[in-house]
Design a protein around this ligand. Sequence first.
Ligand SMILES: Nc1ncnc2c1ncn2[C@@H]1O[C@H](COP(=O)(O)OP(=O)(O)O)[C@@H](O)[C@H]1O
Ligand SMILES: [Mg+2]
Length: 331
Amino acid sequence: MKPILEAKDLTKVFFRGSLLARDRIVAVDNVSFTMNRGEIFTLAGESGCGKTTVARMILGFEEPTSGEIVYENEQERKDKEKVWFSQRIQAVFQNPFETFNPLRKVEGYLFETVRNYQLAQNRADAVELIDQKLAAVGLSYQEVEGRYPSEFSGGQLQRISIARALLIDPSLLIADEPVSMVDASIRMSIVNLFRRLRDELNMGILYITHDLATAYYLSGQIAIMFRGNIMEMGPVQEVLMNPRHPYTQLLRESIPEADPDRKWQGRISIAETEQEEYLRQGCKFAGRCPKVMEICKNQVPDTVLVDGIHVKCHLYKGTASEVEGVRAKPV
Ligand SMILES: Nc1ncnc2c1ncn2[C@@H]1O[C@H](COP(=O)(O)OP(=O)(O)O)[C@@H](O)[C@H]1O
Ligand SMILES: [Mg+2]
């Protein structure tokens, strides 16, 4: 079966600073992965590793510097404006309070999508369709009608945002940190909703998170990113239970807490700033890696296959590790 989406050597370069002293940041560096229908694929990594930039390129908000994205419905993607509709890709973002204008009734967003995509002939049909999609996320039109964003909790707004995405029957849903700003008590109900969408609608979901616990619970495949690079990628069970890359090993030990950014970073020692890491010559992780070797400081490691897992690390250089079935052990 054709994949829903294939990212091939996807690269995005940003320039930062003034014209005379500007830094070239490779925010996404030759990232490749394949997503299938009915699969939840996770991009995980701490803040500032390039996850959102990958999502924005898939959504057509950002042009890749190089590389390409092959969508399931390839022949229709010529017209950029139509990417969302023809490819049936929808997105849910981190902060539901930013998605919805506080001065605008929430139902307005739902009717707007129905109108934009001409999903109904009249208002009654529109209400029926909206009610049906709200029911899929555990709400109803009655609960939403006439109300403003401030009258809902973050979790409810996130559900409404998912219901809006469902209106066009997406084949691929991109969920960028969808639960990191939602109360822990209802986080699992949203995470379970993603599982249901995968199972019942055979949807592909690109789940973006810094939280390995929900990633473990949800995903089939996982890619661990660090400063633009996929450091390790493979089936979630293997990658998280038996991590090969020192970065994955470190990440696994730092259990994130409620506040997404600061506490999370506080648990892993940060020896350098994000900027310095992006500008590193060799392996981006060399400055923090407990297993750093001389070669890591000046040579970018290749990605090798270790028991079918993609690992970008000099520890696995050499023939044995590249042979399938031979378990390479880190030295
Ligand atoms: N439009 C932009 N211009 C310059 N730098 C950017 C831009 N968008 C993102 N970046 C930088 O690219 C890196 C990756 O960012 P991002 O994709 O948002 O990471 P994540 O979603 O993993 O936190 C960061 O260093 C960020 O500051
Ligand atoms: Mg992000």
